[in-house]
Design a protein around this ligand. Sequence first.
Ligand SMILES: *Cc1c(COP(=O)(O)O)cnc(C)c1O
Length: 351
Amino acid sequence: MSWEENVRRVVPYVPGEQPKQKGIIKLNTNENPYPPAPGVERRLKEIDYSALRLYPDTDAGVLAEELAAYYNLKPSQIFVGVGSDDVISMAFLTFFHSDKPVLFPDITYSFYDVWADLYRIPYKLCPLDGDFRIKTEDYRQENGGIIFPNPNAPTGVLESVDMVEEILKANPEVVVIVDEAYIDFGGESCLPLLSRYENLLVVQTFSKSRSMAGMRIGFAMGNEKLIRYLNDVKFSFNSYTMNLPAQLLGAEAVRDKDYFVKTCGKIMETREWVKGELRKLGFHFPDSQANFLFAAHKTMSGKEIFAALRERGIYVRHWDKPRIKDYLRITIGTREEMDKLLEALTEIVTK
Ligand SMILES: *Cc1c(COP(=O)(O)O)cnc(C)c1O
């Protein structure tokens, strides 16, 4: 027997590429093209450097309080983590502890099956319909928990709060996690359901709508009991996760609602314009309510377009997987970046 038989082997999640070269138009990881709120820069410069000597607040109190005020909740209903990847990973470990399979869509955030495999949680994929929509009847079977993003990734398809409620009504015996990483780009959050469903956990992130992917801030909202269970697991794993600057700067970002609304609005406006331009070029896509489009061309393969864009220094995301291999997930950047993308695509598809 070799020591290797005792290794916990996993097939890791593959994040989008972070290119080292300059001048790349980076539309492959759904980052926000605008900088964080101006107050964040000011606060960054004022951070008391000697305070870094100390361990940070394990509850990220300043940040939790700011988020609680913003979303009209109690600080004890907020769980903060190092990106929502950290939050969702802890939620898998905490709430998906059953022999029955956890349910999520077949086309979805590709980290879910990785966490399930990592923690040895059984899971079952529920195929989206032909329009990439969730079939609620799939979520009426026996299960050990449910998770899906809304809007979904990488499709951008938004489901209604009523649909989320239908799934909650049918599943009072498990925790239902709604990953709202992209909800701020025109979707309606299911947060109002929190007061009526104690098994609902809503997860959001600063990485997309709040322009702070590099700071690594994510959070979950739920009833106090749910958050307590999550904290018990977190404190059994690593109590000092979020560093002091992230706590202070995250809180600062939440204070500037105007900037947040304005930048999300600009991205939505650019998205709607790009939709029209892409259609003219022969692309089709589900109607995204996120900061990206999931587009396929009527004649050219996804792989071909992906490679041709890459050659021109434009990075988008492509998965060589059944059902979606002809689609490209294109992040909405600035108007100028999208102009360059459309110029390149025009060349590529009309050559
Ligand atoms: C980007 C993303 C996340 C994770 O983002 P963090 O940077 O870890 O906060 C989670 N879920 C979905 C669906 C995402 O697209």
